[in-house]
Design a protein around this ligand. Structure first.
Ligand code: TYM
Length: 333
């Protein structure tokens, strides 16, 4: 609790252009918590270097991710927006929690297995211990609720296990967090292969709709989306492409699947794909405008980063000294 409010924490990696998966699964939902909760939203740059990054691009994307947070409706006056590497306690707590996390637990993480298959020439120790850094992000703020897409569920469960284990050894230290996984949008799939997740690192740009794509690009990509051959707009098993498009349409319009089925009864996939593309482009147009305005004002973004880092450091330090005391590290004034 901070000032009688429960705490929300989430993060996004500045490791590529953000997609509508990041938007619908996570960022779009963040602002709904701002009034009722004390919210920390972090640009997790330390996580991004588990995969090789071009330094200038990492720097640019860090600003861009922060600008997108704000453009997607997060008011820096109401939310603590900050960059992970500006708060050293994240890396510090991660070291300690590494010593309370089992090799076997980390070996079971599906994202580690996927990423090590994709980056076979760079299976570094950071990629392996990444979930411990993520647990540290969450636990440092005594977080109650973590809004994420479903791909982060396993990492979140590990964060809970680590908290419970540490609390069991040393008495209550960490709040055990719950996940908030949105019912619609929890897993937006690739437009080229609707059996796999839409991912910012996908080399096929047609498989992915980026938040900052132009209206023309968005519509072109949806027009090309892989569907099936039975020409019926219906949410059903085996219709992965249509199910994905229906989920995206639902997220952008708020319509239920039954209403969508009725709306497109007797119409073809072409009409439906165009409607999904237009709904997506229209919803994202204001975000793009605001993003451009913010990116032209670096001084403002740096002010937000600085204020966010000060606030986050204050809360993170409190938890870190509690942890250090419990572990038995000596403390000097
Ligand atoms: P990242 O940067 O891969 O993704 C950011 C958020 O977007 C969600 N997401 C999706 N949701 C639905 N459909 C998709 N196709 C899709 N792709 C991504 C992710 O679930 C995530 O919520 N490990 C995290 C970042 C992180 C974090 C944290 C999150 C680091 N520390 C602490 C929460 C709390 C990650 O790689 O997200």
């Amino acid at each position: 609790m901070i000032a009688d409010k429960k705490i929300v924490f989430s993060g996004v990696q500045p490791s590529g252009n953000l997609t509508i998966g990041n938007y619908l699964g996570a960022i779009k939902n963040f602002s709904a918590f701002s009034d009722e909760y004390k919210c920390f939203y972090c640009v997790v740059d330390l996580h991004a270097v588990t995969v090789r990054q071009v330094p200038a691009e990492l720097r640019r994307r860090t600003y861009e991710t922060l600008a997108l947070y704000i453009a997607c409706g997060l008011d820096p006056e109401k939310n603590t927006l900050f960059v992970q590497s500006h708060v050293p306690a994240h890396a510090e707590l991660a070291w300690s929690l590494n010593c309370y996390t089992m090799f076997g637990e980390l070996s079971r993480m599906t994202q580690f297995k996927d990423k090590s298959a994709k980056h076979a020439n760079n299976i570094n120790a950071g990629l392996f211990t990444y979930p411990v850094l993520m647990a540290s992000d969450i636990l440092l703020y005594q977080t109650d609720l973590v809004p994420v897409g479903v791909d982060q569920k396993q990492h979140l469960e590990l964060a809970r296990d680590i908290a419970i284990r540490f609390n069991g050894v040393y008495s209550d230290t960490f709040t055990v967090p719950e996940g908030y996984i949105p019912p619609a949008g929890m897993k937006i799939m690739s437009l080229a292969d609707p059996t796999s997740k839409m991912s910012k690192s996908d080399p096929n740009a047609n498989a992915v709709v980026y938040i900052l794509d132009s209206k023309d690009d968005i519509i072109r990509k949806f027009k090309r989306a892989v569907t099936d051959s039975d020409c019926e707009i219906r949410y059903a098993e085996g219709k992965d492409g249509i199910n994905n498009l229906m989920s995206i349409y639902k997220c952008f319009t708020g319509k239920e699947f039954s209403d969508i089925e009725r709306e497109f009864d007797g119409k073809g996939y072409g009409d439906f794909k165009l409607a999904v593309g237009e709904a997506c482009a229209d919803a994202l147009a204001p975000v793009r405008g605001e993003f451009e305005r913010l990116m032209a004002d670096k001084a403002y973004l740096e002010g937000v980063m600085k204020a966010g880092a000060d606030e986050a450091n204050y809360h993170a330090r409190k938890t870190l000294s509690k942890v250090y005391r419990k572990i038995g590290f000596t403390q000097i004034k």
